[in-house]
Design a protein around this ligand. Structure first.
Ligand SMILES: [Zn+2]
Length: 158
């Protein structure tokens, strides 16, 4: 059985490697749809609140109104230095590679799986018309390819 849960958060980012409009700092309302594999055990397989209690607060704390940023982007160093100099505490959500929607899907899939949920598919919506569907096979492939060593980034962030 599949249980589907939707979340959203607002975040800034840029794609520093691209030479188009995406290079500019801009924001998105990211929509996240999680498809969870659940074994039926009696009438109540899982309470929806099991997901909401963990995933909602996690997204709010780590992502919402934050900035997704590649630690290799020169802007990262600039922001860190600004924070140190001015005592401002920006919410930076660190990526070990470009903050593309593909890499965001990989990072979120890893984080939600590590919370102990059996995620079979994750949809990430970046704009009104663009959604990517990222499944367990994509995740396994990305883990094998060590896409952007996000696993390392996630370990060190915990
Ligand atoms: Zn964007």
């Amino acid at each position: 059985m599949i249980i589907r849960k939707e979340y959203k958060f607002y975040a800034a980012h840029r794609n520093e490697e691209l030479q188009d409009k995406c290079r500019n700092l801009h924001g998105h309302r990211y929509g996240i749809v999680c498809h969870f594999e659940v074994q039926r055990t009696g009438s109540y397989s899982t309470l929806f609140s099991d997901f909401d209690d963990k995933i909602g607060p996690f997204l709010k704390e780590k992502y919402d109104h934050g900035m997704l940023i590649n630690v290799n982007d020169p802007l990262y160093t600039t922001l860190k230095s600004h924070m140190a100099t001015h005592g401002e505490d920006f919410k930076l959500c660190e990526f070990q590679g470009p903050t593309s929607v593909e890499n965001l899907a990989y990072k979120l899939f890893t984080e939600i799986t590590r919370m102990g949920f059996d995620l079979s598919l994750l949809e990430v919506q970046e704009t009104d018309t663009s959604v990517i569907s990222y499944d367990r096979e994509d995740w396994a492939r990305d883990n094998e390819a060590q896409v952007f060593s996000a696993a390392h980034a996630i370990d060190s962030a915990q």
